[in-house]
Design a protein around this ligand. Structure first.
Ligand SMILES: NCC(=O)N[C@@H](Cc1c[nH]cn1)C(=O)O
Ligand SMILES: [Zn+2]
Ligand SMILES: [Zn+2]
Length: 481
């Protein structure tokens, strides 16, 4: 395998400026799944990806997923699925890869130093742009790997099945049923031997990792309304129950300043931490400085790395995200908003069942609201939920990936869990019955979901080598599981 990989690596290096250009074209399409008016751009991005792969000879299909639940006027962006080589080679293993081509919202006015939808590369090779690390860079890594094999004249080692979606940042609407259907006998994904997802990050900036766990995410809205329209606070302040005042109290009652979730019963749903498990956190290559570097400040909740890692991977957390309908522009408008909707989410961990979490949340929010004795109206609802996932890293899928990491980066990877959520991971595991590996490309300082999101050029290029060499190692790894 060594000479083939050397030729492949040289090809990746030779094509590196084409790969940056490919990422630049992708970042220029503002495929924001959460903004209704950007839906045509999400669809455009899906077709861009399809065309890139068709140009390399892959068989590609854009599968419609129907209308968006709760927003039936919107058509969901298609699942872009494909197979490379176009005709299955029965003598080779089949690897199913997943990624997403939608991105989080971004505006220059949010505080970006550069235009978010223009890939801007600085002198250190940091490539800034929305979606660069989450998840356009990793998705294009698979495309690049195909191209580099072709240009190097190196035989592609596996059958690659691809599934790319355009709604991941909005709860993967419509995808679960699609995956379940397509994993059935005779369908597109039926013959997957293993699955691989590149959509998370290293713990720090130096050491690669392989990831075997994710937290789930249950996302809620609290709508409070009262007056028939927005009001003048000079005329009506002191005369009416104000929705914003009620909402602030309800939201403040959800979590304390130490990160403790204040909803009774939530803690009891969490699997107890074992003594054996505590050892795992000690051996992870992670420091508090890694945290401070990625936070951009020293505002961590805990002093120790072990407790910090557990806070991210092992325990639930509750975050307050924003308030729709509240006055948020600069200036000093003296308005009483008539209807406000607070948004928060709970990252869930084993053994929290989403339905149990919902029940506790709804009861608590209703109880807190009742105690306010306000005449306003409350409506608390779940926007979307995805379950946590924890798998065994003792599988040939992980062994092959570890060999690829050592070959490309010259170090053994850490085995990590992740605080974020990729709900379809569990769906792929259950629907295929196969092992799922998370193989990250970007690092802890990439600022996914934040301002100034970036992917280091080194991670993109070496990451492309990693994805390609993982396919070579998985092709050869003994596997009877
Ligand atoms: N790179 C994975 C990621 O960012 N996932 C999102 C998924 C999500 C959950 N609810 C809305 N989006 C995450 O926030 O973890
Ligand atoms: Zn992502
Ligand atoms: Zn994301």
């Amino acid at each position: 395998m060594a000479p083939q990989l050397d030729a492949y690596f040289k090809s990746v290096d030779d094509l590196s400026s084409n790969f940056v250009e490919r990422l630049s074209q992708a970042v220029a399409i503002p495929s924001i799944s959460a903004e209704d008016e950007r839906r045509p751009d999400v669809v455009k991005m899906g077709h861009f990806l399809k065309k890139q792969l068709e140009d390399l000879g892959a068989h590609m299909e854009a599968r419609e997923l129907g209308q968006q639940p709760h927003k039936e006027h919107l058509t969901l962006p298609p699942a872009i699925i494909g197979r490379y080589p176009a005709k299955k080679d029965e003598s080779k293993r089949t690897v199913l890869v997943y990624g997403h081509y939608d991105v989080q919202p971004a505006n220059l006015s949010d505080g970006w130093n550069t235009e978010p939808f223009k890939l801007t590369v600085d002198e250190q090779g940091r490539m800034y742009g929305r979606g660069s690390t989450d998840d356009k860079g990793p998705v294009l890594g698979w495309v690049n790997a195909i191209e580099a094999h072709q240009k190097a004249g190196v035989e592609f080692p596996v059958n690659l099945l691809m599934c790319f979606e355009g709604m991941e940042e909005y709860g993967s609407e419509g995808l679960d049923d699609f995956i379940i259907q397509e994993c059935k006998p005779g369908k597109f994904f039926e013959d997957a031997d293993v699955c691989c997802i590149s959509d998370n990050y290293w713990l720090g900036t130096k050491k690669p990792c392989l990831t075997y766990g994710l937290r789930g995410c249950s996302y809620y809205s609290i709508e409070i309304s009262g007056p028939g329209q927005d009001l003048h606070s000079g005329v009506y302040g002191g005369t009416a129950h104000e929705p914003m005042t009620d909402l602030v109290r309800v939201m403040a009652s959800l979590v304390d300043e130490e990160g403790n979730i204040l909803i009774p019963g939530i803690k009891e749903l969490v699997a107890p931490v074992t003594e054996e498990e505590k050892e795992v956190y000690k051996n992870i290559d992670f420091t508090m400085d890694n945290l401070y570097e990625s936070l951009g400040s020293k505002t961590g909740l805990f002093e120790s790395k072990e407790r910090t890692l557990m806070g991210r991977w092992r325990f639930p957390s509750l975050s307050l995200h924003g308030v729709e309908g509240a006055f948020s522009a600069p200036g000093a408008k003296t308005v009483i908003p008539a209807k406000v909707t607070g948004k928060f989410s709970i990252r869930t961990v084993p053994n929290m069942e989403p339905a149990d979490v919902d029940e506790l949340v709804f009861k608590y929010v209703n109880d807190v609201f009742a105690k306010l004795k306000t005449k306003n109206k409350l409506n608390v609802s779940l926007q979307h939920a995805g379950k946590w996932w924890v798998a065994s890293p003792n599988h040939p899928n992980f062994t092959a990936a570890a060999k690829a990491v050592e070959r490309v980066w010259g170090v053994k990877p850490d085995l990590t869990r992740e605080g974020g959520s990729i709900p379809v991971t569990l769906t792929f595991e259950q629907a295929t019955g196969k092992n799922v590996l998370l193989l990250p490309m970007g690092s802890s300082t990439d600022a996914a979901h934040s301002i100034n999101e970036k992917l280091d050029k080194r991670n993109y290029i070496e990451g492309t080598k990693l994805l390609g060499s993982y396919l070579h190692y998985i092709a050869e790894e003994p596997m009877d599981q």
